[in-house]
Design a binder for this molecule. Structure first.
Ligand SMILES: C[S@@+](CC[C@H](N)C(=O)[O-])C[C@H]1O[C@@H](n2cnc3c(N)ncnc32)[C@H](O)[C@@H]1O
Length: 270
């Protein structure tokens, strides 16, 4: 299963595609910034705005030691490091993502603060009680053994530390999701929990839940604001990661959300 998931997320040649896109965005006349990357390196509904909404609630300071579970190519890790000055470690299953992520850390002068390791969230190569804040965005949808996932996160979190999750959860419509979606080509790689299951999973793993927020309206508004690009996709965008099926995967995800089959939620716990 983990090979299937990693290959779903391996576009091939991603680093070169991002470099080429950045040259177009900057017109090769100014250095690229991490903000130029946000359309491709924040791979979750609502992009940077969704990250900011989550991080604003965590009271991050430069003293925090942060873990980004399923970091992708590390957009939100770089954002946290740059904006709050904290050290961020990412872990991601997909080798191409950790390689590209680390070369972007280097390119943007952030490799002292951010590093992305290849590995599974179910068996993380970190000591117990290593991090003061752990967050995870749009990853749980690919993981069936959620009890193991949250217990592993609890293991690496320092006592009193915070855990924040922003994931797509199952909606109240019991009908089957339309596939493919950005996180899975087939139903066999998609494992959505309900919000009640999430409460139970986190509680059973030893967390106390502080915030449960439905972000579905935010998602609906976000998608309304996206206009199909005239003249082809932009130089930097999620199509570089999702590939040629991007329009159908996005359309299915939006339809699934509009039909209450699924939607994004935030949960923050300690
Ligand atoms: C939709 S992307 C989100 C990436 C990133 N969190 C973001 O929001 O930009 C899902 C990510 O989860 C990672 N992933 C899926 N299952 C994983 C697992 N068991 N352990 C670690 N990473 C995993 C994938 O490789 C992929 O990078």
């Amino acid at each position: 299963m983990s090979n299937e998931i990693a290959s779903h997320y391996s576009p091939g040649n991603l680093g070169a595609a991002i470099e080429a896109g950045l040259k177009v965005v900057t017109g090769n006349t100014r250095p690229a910034t991490i903000d130029d990357l946000a359309p491709v390196d924040e791979f979750h509904i609502g992009s940077r705005a969704a990250s900011v909404h989550l991080f604003d609630q965590l009271g991050l300071t430069s003293a925090d030691i942060v873990l980004d579970v399923g970091a992708g190519i590390g957009g939100s890790s770089r954002f946290v490091a740059k904006n709050y000055g904290c050290k961020v470690t990412g872990i991601d299953l997909t080798p191409e993502f950790s390689e590209v992520g680390n070369s972007l850390n280097e390119k943007f002068g952030l490799s002292d603060l951010v590093s992305i390791q290849q590995g599974s969230a179910l068996e993380m190569p970190f000591e117990d009680d290593s991090f003061s804040v752990v967050y995870m965005m749009h990853v749980g949808m690919n993981i069936s053994d959620k009890a193991a996932l949250y217990s592993e996160i609890r293991r690496v979190l320092k006592p009193g530390g915070k855990f924040a999750v922003y994931d797509v959860l199952k909606g109240s419509n019991p009908a089957a999701l339309e596939f493919p979606v950005p996180w899975a080509t087939e139903p066999s790689s998609s494992f959505l929990a309900t919000v009640d299951q999430m409460r139970e999973l986190l509680t059973n793993a030893g967390f106390e839940i502080d915030v449960v927020e439905d972000r579905i309206e935010f998602a609906v508004e976000f998608f309304k604001g996206l206009t199909p690009p005239a003249g082809g996709p932009p130089p930097i965008g999620l199509h570089l990661i999702i590939g040629k099926d991007t329009p159908i995967k996005i359309k299915n995800m939006v339809d699934n959300i509009n039909n209450d089959l699924c939607g994004p939620w935030e949960l923050i716990a300690h």
